[in-house]
Design a protein around this ligand. Structure first.
Ligand code: NAD
Length: 498
């Protein structure tokens, strides 16, 4: 009989988990040099989960030295791509074999529903790792047409030491988007997970060794912003790949400039517009999709459809369908397999979202939600919340809230909708719903966003598509073969032959 993975199963399994809180440097788990720790809490009930190493500059120096040594001796960078592929595929198989354990760690540490971590975060992480592993022995350099007395090649070489600093909303997945292409390309990596969700990154480091990744090639340093700052200022880090807030992204760029001009790749915030035209092929479907676009993962998604732009003639109908669809996103206990949404990451984020809800009440009409739910454990749970704004000038229509708060903005013409969509400093994602090819073509060309969906939102999880932003949503792209260029240098080699 297959095991019934109900809430009792996950709660029981949580009791048996051994939570590793030591950093992972040069192939082994180690305490911070100072022995200092910080505590990671579970958003589920706001209770402490485990002490975690608080890495300072001495620990970062050790990790960078280990990464540098492993890179220069070539235990990884010097392997044939197909050999790196084989090790990365073994690592992916180990992650798959430990899916329940890793998904549970992720849910405990982040408050995400177990259905999401088992069905989304873990399969997505494994898919990403496999995708880059399978790609790496199939990418080639170039032999340019040139003067016949010469022969030349253009080749890709790994950068060296890559630091990946990542957020808490998809802890493993965001990490995998960085370390998979970086490792596949032959770099040595230092991962700095968010201080709010360090546990899954630490656990996969042990599995990396089991898979055969040599010591020093994959390191995890844990700590808060200061640990990330040490990496961004380090003179022997060649590249820092960051996902997180614009404020920290700016600081990282400044620190890179102030140190060794390391390569900087930034995946930052968003305030994405989901535009529904009156000729939308299926209004009920657009409404269900709009609810998922903002309420999945409690709105803690960089590409969330946080602005719903609706053509005025269908606004009443779409809003009614949306209000009905929103009932599916009431938060539940994250370890209950039927829960579609869970807890907000912590009290700080909870307060921030609540402040925006108060601001929203002053500047727009509250259509639904707005309350916290104190009956689920003692964590931070918020009702899905919808505001109707008169126009696009409201703060809640322009600033990233990063919570389950949607603002609906009516418009009259496509031109107006595109102008509203493009008015924020961000440019991560957008969507347009229409049956008219000309409307779709105009919108997809004119929307300033790294991803544009047509008659859907946040669909097609496929590593072939690059992900990243225009404007202040960042630079460079995660995923797809394009991501490899973030972690490689191009070398022109020119030989005189005649
Ligand atoms: P954050 O910027 O506060 O922290 C991200 C990481 O940076 C954490 O590991 C943190 O410890 C570290 N950090 C903090 N201060 C630092 C400093 N001075 N120098 C170096 N590192 C430092 O972001 P967050 O609150 O963890 O995540 C939410 C933000 O991330 C939102 O703005 C969201 O839109 C963005 N995000 C973007 C994407 C994307 O792909 N574009 C994906 C997920 C999240």
């Amino acid at each position: 009989m297959p095991e019934l993975k109900d809430r009792a199963y996950w709660l029981e399994k949580a009791k048996t988990l051994r939570l590793e809180g030591r950093a992972f440097i040069d192939g082994v788990y180690v305490d911070a040099h100072s022995r200092a720790t910080f505590c990671t809490y579970s958003p589920i009930d706001a209770l402490p989960l485990a002490p975690v190493a608080l890495c300072a500059s001495a620990d970062v120096d050790l990790a960078v030295a280990a990464a540098r040594r492993s890179f220069e001796v070539g235990v990884w960078s010097g392997l044939a791509p197909r050999e790196r592929k084989s090790v990365l595929l073994k690592w992916a198989a180990l992650l798959e074999a430990h899916t329940d354990e890793l998904a549970l760690l992720e849910s405990l540490d982040s408050g995400k529903p177990i259905a999401d971590t088992t069905g989304g975060d873990l399969p997505g992480t494994i898919y990403c790792l496999r995708w880059f592993a399978e790609l790496i022995d199939k990418v080639h350099g170039e032999v340019p047409a040139t003067d016949p007395r010469f022969f030349g090649t253009v080749t890709h070489q790994p950068l060296g030491v890559v630091a990946a600093v990542v957020p808490w909303n998809y802890p493993l997945l965001m990490a995998a988007w960085k370390f998979s292409p970086a490792l596949a390309a032959g770099n040595s990596v230092i991962l700095k997970p968010s201080e709010k969700t360090p546990l899954s990154a630490l656990r996969i480091a042990g599995l990396a060794v089991e898979a055969g990744i040599p010591a020093g090639v994959f390191n995890v340093v844990t700590g808060d912003g200061a640990t990330g700052r040490d990496l961004s200022l380090h003179g022997d880090v060649d590249c820092i790949a960051f996902t997180g807030s614009g404020k920290v992204g700016r600081e990282i760029a400044k620190n890179a400039a102030a140190s060794n001009l390391k390569r900087v790749w930034l995946e930052l915030g968003g305030k994405s517009a989901n535009i529904v035209m009156a000729d939308c092929p299926d209004i009920a479907q657009a409404a269900r999709s709009a609810a998922a676009a903002i309420f999945a993962n409690m709105g803690q998604v960089c590409s969330a459809g946080s602005r719903l732009l609706v053509q005025r003639s269908i606004a009443d109908q779409l809003i009614q369908e949306l209000l009905d669809a929103t009932d599916d996103y009431q938060p539940g206990h994250p370890l209950d397999p039927d829960s579609v949404t869970g807890a907000i990451i912590d009290g700080v984020q909870f307060e921030r979202v609540c402040e925006y809800i108060e601001i929203g009440k002053q500047e727009a009409q509250l259509l639904k939600g707005g309350n916290s739910l104190s009956h689920i454990e003692s964590g931070a749970y918020l009702e899905p919340t919808i505001f109707l704004a008169k126009d696009s000038s409201a703060r809640i229509a322009n600033e990233e809230i990063f919570g389950p708060v949607l603002v609906v903005i009516p418009f009259d013409t496509l031109e107006e909708a595109i102008a509203i969509a493009n008015q924020t400093e961000y440019g991560l994602a957008a969507a347009v719903w229409s049956s008219d090819l000309k409307t779709i073509h105009t919108a997809t060309r004119q929307l300033k966003a790294g991803t544009v969906w047509v008659n859907c939102y946040d669909e097609l999880v496929d590593m072939n598509f690059p992900f990243g932003g225009f404007k202040e949503s960042g630079n460079g792209r995660d995923n797809s073969a394009h991501a490899l260029s973030k972690y490689t240098e191009l070398k022109s080699t020119i030989m005189r032959c005649g």
